[in-house]
Design a protein around this ligand. Structure first.
Ligand code: SF4
Length: 383
């Protein structure tokens, strides 16, 4: 075992919280076997062999964006070749198709459209809620929420904006837009996008309003290992606060996202390796002791690596995504789908027990396209 991991191992087996220095030692270590073993120990303590997946659809309603983040290959300017925006009817149609195909969740995010009014978003939610009432709507990153606050002329009243969205049908927030919290990295790679203080403000406000949310970290570009560890610590502190203050909402899961350089302004960078990805997933499990779930987003991590990652702290394989326009590993076809049978097979092959969940991690029972919550619907919310 890497000597530097010995004191960390003792802390992990004693159930003690890891420090910033521990996090750094984890990310600097090449001893991936020990890291996997430690993360696996924590994963088993919380979830045993259970591995979650869900049946969902992604809807990226527009790629027109007022910003031009360097790492982003998704955005287009209005009128530019390949730019698009959905009408409310198109968005609703896709949601209904998803619900009819058995999806439990629709995951909606898009660019910061410079001209669409706030009502477009509330109307979209209302229309989907009405047409597909069983579908959970997980929508809008913190970056979009701040954009909505600006366009609805309530830049300082995030609670009012979130309340309007909640009343229109918003069920929870995804974790996007976090990138790397460090301001130096932010200003170099994501200038114009909200900084970490606003990202946390949106999620804290959502938690106060009883909405669950997720968190992400986009790593493997221009950030340092210290920046990654600091990102973990800030998330852990925010979750501590939500728990202490008894908010109805919390962070449910972290989704570490490897940077994919293709077609972005940072195309010259190599992006993270597979081993780096495994280490980040293990580090997430070890550092975020108050986060119930660690997700391997197979679209970016690939399915084979996600299978291996189940032994590196991961307990969630995400879903049967159909369209995901934002990024893809290799190629330009954005139709990406695995069946539930594929996902279940991957999980079983890796030696784990597949459990289909809804967005709030409640187990569900499925009969073809029909589904309902399992009678014992205790979500694994506490590590
Ligand atoms: S990352 Fe989001 S905010 Fe930045 S350019 Fe892309 S779509 Fe726009």
């Amino acid at each position: 075992m890497d000597e530097k991991l010995k004191p960390i191992s003792e802390k992990v087996y004693a159930g003690e919280r890891l420090s910033f220095e521990d996090g750094l030692a984890i990310l600097q270590s090449d001893d991936v076997y020990t890291l996997g073993e430690l993360a696996n120990h924590v994963r088993h303590k919380i979830h045993g062999k259970t591995t979650y997946y869900n049946v969902n659809r992604h809807l990226n309603y527009t790629n027109i964006c007022a910003l031009s983040c360097k790492f982003c290959a998704f955005y287009r300017k209005k009128g530019q070749d390949g730019s698009y925006e959905y009408s409310i009817e198109q968005a609703t149609k896709e949601a209904v198709e998803a619900a009819e195909a058995g999806a439990t969740e629709i995951h909606i995010v898009g660019g910061l459209h410079p001209y669409l009014p706030f009502e477009y978003y509330t109307d979209m939610l209302t229309s989907i809620r009405k047409a597909a009432p069983q579908l959970h709507i997980k929508a809008f990153t913190a970056v979009e929420i701040v954009h909505f606050a600006r366009i609805s002329k309530r830049p300082k009243d995030l609670a009012a904006v979130l309340n309007d969205l909640k009343n229109a049908g918003l069920g929870s927030l995804p974790g996007g837009g976090a990138e790397i919290f460090d301001d130096r990295v932010h200003d170099k790679a994501f200038k114009g996008k909200i900084r970490s203080d606003m990202w946390f403000k949106v999620h804290q406000t959502a938690h106060e309003l009883g909405l669950m949310s997720n968190a992400t970290m986009l790593y493997g570009h221009i950030e340092s290992l210290e920046d990654r560890v600091q990102h973990f610590i800030q998330l852990r502190d925010a979750q501590d606060e939500a728990i202490e203050k008894g908010f109805g909402g919390r962070f449910q899961t972290i989704i570490p996202l490897p940077f994919i350089p293709d077609k972005s302004e940072l195309e010259h960078l190599p992006g993270p390796s597979g081993l780096d990805n495994l280490k980040m997933l293990a580090a997430s499990r070890l550092m975020l002791d108050n986060f119930p779930h660690i997700k391997s987003f197979w679209i970016m991590q690939t399915l084979p690596l996600s299978e291996i990652a189940l032994n590196f702290g991961v307990d969630d394989m995400d879903g049967t995504v159909v369209w995901y326009d934002i990024t893809k590993v290799g190629g330009s076809d954005t139709h990406q789908e695995v069946t539930t049978a594929d996902l279940r097979k991957s999980i079983i092959d890796a030696g784990y027990r597949p459990v289909e969940r809804d967005t709030l991690y409640r187990p569900i029972i499925r009969n073809g396209k029909d589904w309902q919550l399992a009678p014992t619907t205790e979500p694994a919310l506490q590590p």
